[in-house]
Design a protein. Structure first.
Length: 132
């Protein structure tokens, strides 16, 4: 049964997809940085708060991709089982699988994944959000 589950997960997501997500994530990170820099020039404000305003959103997206990779390699993680227990997360999971990780509701999906199956522990990247 575990092999069938793994095959179905692999048909939904393969290693090339993960590499593609990471590349797309890098482009999005560059786009966010460029927006922050342009905004800083327009406001003549080069403070950490202004330049780092996209930091928390970027970090949450990176953590979402990291969790997806951990789930992919966990032999006991089942998408079908996860969705049976958390059917309300189906749309969020689809967004994560297609690489759309910069959404407000990705945090709920990540919490549900943690509740469903304890994946390897990691230290999330932390960016202190400075006040403007």
């Amino acid at each position: 049964m575990a092999d069938l589950r793994k095959e179905s997960f692999e048909s939904a997501l393969d290693f090339e997809d993960i590499v593609s997500f990471v590349a797309t994530d890098n482009f999005k990170g560059g786009e966010m940085a460029a927006e922050s820099i342009l905004d800083a020039f327009e406001a003549n404000d080069f403070s950490a708060a202004r330049l780092g305003k996209h930091g928390p959103a970027f970090v949450e997206g990176v953590d979402a991709l990291r969790k997806l990779v951990y789930a992919y390699y966990d032999p006991d993680f089942s998408i079908a089982g996860f969705l049976k227990q958390y059917p309300e997360q189906e749309e969020n999971l689809v967004h994560l699988l297609i690489g759309n990780v910069y959404r407000e509701d990705v945090g709920g999906l990540l919490r549900a994944m943690d509740e469903y199956r304890e994946l390897p522990k990691y230290e999330p990247i932390y960016v202190e959000h400075a006040s403007a």
